[in-house]
Design a binder for this molecule. Sequence first.
Ligand SMILES: *Cc1c(COP(=O)(O)O)cnc(C)c1O
Length: 349
Amino acid sequence: MKIIDLRSDTVTLPTDEMREAMMKAKVGDDVYREDPTVNELEELAASIFNKEAALFVVSGTMANQVSIMTYTQRGDEVIVGKNSHIYNYEVGAMAALSGVQAFPLNDENGMFSLDELESAIRSENIHFPKTALITLENTHNRAGGVALSKEYIDEVANIADKYGIPVYLDGARIFNACIALAVSPAKMVERVDALMFCLSKGLSAPIGSVIVGKRDFIERARKMRKRLGGGMRQAGVIAACGIVALNKMVDRLKEDHENAELLAKELSEVKGIIVEPVAVRTNMVYFMLLPGAIDAPELAKRLLERGIKIGVVSKRRVRLVTHKDVLKEDVIEAAKAIKEVVESTWRGE
Ligand SMILES: *Cc1c(COP(=O)(O)O)cnc(C)c1O
């Protein structure tokens, strides 16, 4: 049976071109900075974002935590979104590894209110921790995969600048945001001090994320990566896939966005569910199952019998993610299956 896997864009398989690039990659010991393919990937990433330097790491979580560790001292405070990945999905790493505490702000639509942000910044007082970092997430996963505008990022940076606090962007899916808003990556992150992006999500590489920023920050981050056990040796075999990802897989993200839009449209006609609206849609569709409808775990079970995998976020909330390994006809089939299961079990008005 064919599987249509809409749980995440992390399930994307490497392309044939990536596998070939892995086989042919020139490699060396990257801890000695002697892997030419890793060096090439890092230079390419820095140039795409018009920043000085970059650092290849194994995962988005490691990228975020290496960056936080580099920007903070024990006892500092980091401003995060209540719904951010950094705050919710990294096993408490900022506390466990860097010894810093989070100051979570409301970010229901992916954005903090600028007033709330400014009042969250600590003044000088013997009792207070130091606000060492402000983090943003673009696209914002839990807020529906919404793309935040460059204008909003710049407004956050204006406040941060006023207090001399760096801005760090969790840009796991920053290319989705850039494609959706037709803004170049360099322009989008012009005002952030550093960011990371994932090669292993919609860009379909098997492994890896990249941190991008100023040269001295990246050199300090390189040391923190080593501290965390993330110094790799002949990492060119995986970096090679990252180069293919950046050169070949970015523009096609618009197909994923079109498929997500189609999915949202089809699902909006299903009795018993509410598709969550999103200001700028990328490759995600979240929906709520109304009281009277089947619950999310049960829906997932019924769909799995038909070869369709969905993301259960909570008892009534579902996430669907489009990516290169689901085609337009798969999306149509999935929407049809969801309609049949939800409407045939509907007990509401
Ligand atoms: C996936 C993701 C990460 C973490 O990446 P991993 O490679 O899974 O560790 C961080 N932030 C966001 C917004 C993500 O979606």
